[in-house]
Write a protein that binds this ligand. Structure first.
Ligand SMILES: Cc1cc2nc3c(=O)[nH]c(=O)nc-3n(C[C@H](O)[C@H](O)[C@H](O)COP(=O)(O)OP(=O)(O)OC[C@H]3O[C@@H](n4cnc5c(N)ncnc54)[C@H](O)[C@@H]3O)c2cc1C
Length: 610
């Protein structure tokens, strides 16, 4: 039987020890975030995740969602779990109290989010997309739209969606065809078909609020002509009650590899009544408010699934008896030693744990800066924090999910053949995790965003929010003999990252394909270096906390940091070499030389399908 225990101790370490929660408490609106409140939220959140959401994870995967004549039914137990979740106020932890939210810091929301994603990632999508849609309306909607939609979304009685993708356009949204025709009453009639819409239809809420990208008839070509509209499943009456059904329907749901309890819908908009959100033709920018939020959220999904995979691999490795330790029998009273004794099993477990705890530290750092960016009064500091979130968003999305996919594969490997069958549950984590590298902009697109947009933005201003603290940290500690085993590798990786940044920027300016070729390796180099910095910081803190005493938690931190520096950080050397090798070998091969297969009729079939 799979199991999950929320890592509350480690979450608390990140939230309160590694990052100074006092700084969050000093921000306007957070002065009453006492330790008791944090403990209550974490413990109650952990209880719900462990006892209410996790028990539905495996059954939800087995049952999946069902489509019947436009209606979608979620798996058994989801409706009740969602009702409890919403009534408990978990949809709206960090939402604005003005619209009924609880106004807690984002840092707490992110920690809760990890637990929800670990316990049941399919479930997490329903409230997750609602929060994303909430953020977009909150940031760009008129007060009238906010009053109309936000209180019900915050309450969780209405859920949200994000409608970008069409069959012929996923990454390239400039191609989208959905139309929005202005009406005399200020509304728009929306028509078109969207595919792959998460939570597009389901039975958890009484109304669904769709944020839809569409083009008005005289809009400019490409992405410059995209606007954002809000379309609700039921028309909302003057008094706020639900009226007749709007012209939006779910034509079908997808049969997928994973996240089977999350409904992935084809949506038809047929003269549906919608309202413009924000400015005309600024839709993509407005949607980015939601997408950036969701991208961080998808990174957290990866972290959650990676943690779940680790916990189950560890339990199995402690329990399963196979072979004897190479250094002599460890369990003489048993027919064999547990898997834990084998170096290769320990290698996989440590990779998983080092990435998970490292990513949790980075998620804590980003969440901390989101709170600063939202709330601090000092304009310069607000800008710095926002810049940091900008540069880290693609890293969190892509690096976390790549690590998570590696982790889920290690979990299967630790289980041997039992990992490949359903009984132990870990094969589900591989399947569930795989989508996190694809949706919200594939990881390849995140890498392009990092090198193509974020790295050079404002003459490197975003990048400096990471470079400066790390540089300062290295200078402060480089002569500390006791830290040499950590500082040396960190300084080396940081040097590689700096050099790669300059090279990629320079080469990319002359030839954009150079930047495109280096992007994925560069993002991974960035992520690995960020974790090296955080692992080193955690060593300093753990040594201080230990002060000569024995505490397995802090000792574990130091040993895991050591493992990270010696066994994982060297990956940056390969990444650096690959970046420096440039794009030539990628672009030199003639297209025909990739393979002389003739898939006659393939493109014809594809164009018919779209
Ligand atoms: C389960 C699921 C849930 C989803 N939920 C939603 C949702 O709620 N709302 C929504 O709007 N969409 C949703 N999507 C769609 C998802 O965001 C897209 O599938 C994704 O953005 C990729 O688009 P695509 O599938 O069209 O792939 P394509 O755009 O065709 O890309 C194919 C490959 O080419 C690469 N590529 C494409 N363009 C470039 C380029 N310019 N440079 C380099 N590489 C490139 C991509 O990285 C990818 O590897 C969902 C998809 C799935 C499967």
């Amino acid at each position: 039987m799979p199991q999950y225990k929320a890592p509350v101790r480690d979450i608390s370490f990140v939230l309160r020890e590694l990052f100074n929660f006092g700084e969050i408490r000093a921000l306007p609106g957070y002065s009453d975030m006492g330790d008791d409140l944090i403990d209550t939220v974490l413990q109650e959140g952990a209880r719900i995740c462990e006892n209410e959401l996790f028990p539905l994870n495996q059954s939800g995967d087995a049952e999946g969602c069902q489509w019947n004549n436009g209606e979608v039914t979620t798996p058994k137990g989801f409706k009740e779990a969602y009702k409890n979740f919403a009534e408990g106020g978990w949809v709206s932890l960090a939402c604005d109290p003005e619209y009924g939210g609880q106004g807690l810091p984002e840092s707490m929301e992110y920690m809760m989010e990890e637990m929800v994603c670990a316990a049941n990632v399919s479930f997490s999508l329903y409230p997750g997309l609602t929060r994303g849609a909430y953020t977009s309306i909150h940031s760009h909607g008129t007060e009238e739209l906010k009053r109309k939609f936000l209180p019900k979304m915050v309450e969780g009685t209405w859920t949200g969606t994000m409608n970008l993708t069409e069959s012929h356009c996923g990454t390239d949204l400039g191609l989208l065809r959905t139309k929005a025709v202005p009406q005399d009453d200020g509304s728009y009639k929306i028509s078109g078909s969207k595919i792959f819409i998460s939570s597009g239809e389901h039975d958890l809420a009484e109304n669904i609020v769709h944020l839809v990208l569409a083009k008005t008839p005289d809009a400019p070509e490409g992405v410059k002509g995209i606007s954002l509209f809000v379309v609700s499943k039921f028309i909302i009456q003057e008094d706020g009650s639900l009226g007749e059904r709007n012209g939006v329907h779910c034509a079908s749901i997808e049969q997928k590899m994973g996240i089977k309890a999350s409904s992935t819908c084809s949506m038809n908009f047929d003269n549906a009544k919608g309202w413009l959100v924000g400015e005309l033709n600024e839709g993509l920018n407005h949607m980015f408010t939601m997408m950036n939020n969701e991208r961080l959220g998808v990174g957290i999904q990866g972290l959650g699934i990676g943690e779940l995979a680790y916990q189950n691999a560890l339990a199995y490795a402690r329990d399963r008896l196979q072979g004897r330790s190479l250094s002599g029998v460890k369990a003489p009273d048993k027919p064999a030693d547990p898997l834990m004794v084998h170096p290769d099993i320990r290698r996989m477990l440590l990779i998983m744990n080092a990435y998970n705890e490292g990513c949790r530290m980075l998620s804590g750092w980003v969440a901390h800066e989101i709170d600063v960016a939202h709330k601090i009064e000092d304009r310069e500091e607000r800008q710095r924090a926002d810049d940091f979130v900008q540069i880290m968003t693609p890293v969190v999305k892509a690096f976390f999910t790549d690590c998570a996919f590696e982790n889920t594969n290690h979990a299967v490997q630790v289980h041997g053949g039992f990992g490949y069958i359903k009984e132990y549950g870990v094969e589900q984590y591989v399947r569930d995790c795989r989508i996190t590298q694809i949706y919200e902009g594939t990881n390849g697109i995140q890498a392009l965003d990092l090198v193509g947009r974020k790295m050079g933005a404002y003459m490197g201003r975003y990048m400096r929010t990471f470079f400066h603290p790390v540089q300062e940290f290295i200078e402060d500690h480089q002569d500390d003999e006791e830290l040499a085993e950590f500082m040396g590798p960190l300084a080396k990786a940081f040097g590689r990252l700096q050099q790669a940044s300059v090279t990629v920027a320079q080469k990319g300016m002359a030839n954009p394909e150079e930047a495109g070729a280096a992007a994925t390796d560069f993002l991974s180099l960035f992520g690995h270096t960020a974790l090296a910095y955080l692992w080193t910081k955690s060593v300093i803190l753990s040594r201080k906390k230990l002060g000569g005493s024995e505490d397995v938690f802090y000792q574990g931190k130091i040993e895991t940091a050591r493992f990270y520096m010696q066994k994982l950080l060297p990956r940056t050397s390969g990444l650096f070499a690959s970046i420096m090798a440039g794009s030539k070998t990628l672009m030199a091969l003639d297209d025909d030389a990739f393979g002389l297969f003739d898939f006659a009729g393939f493109s014809e079939a594809m164009s018919k399908a779209s």
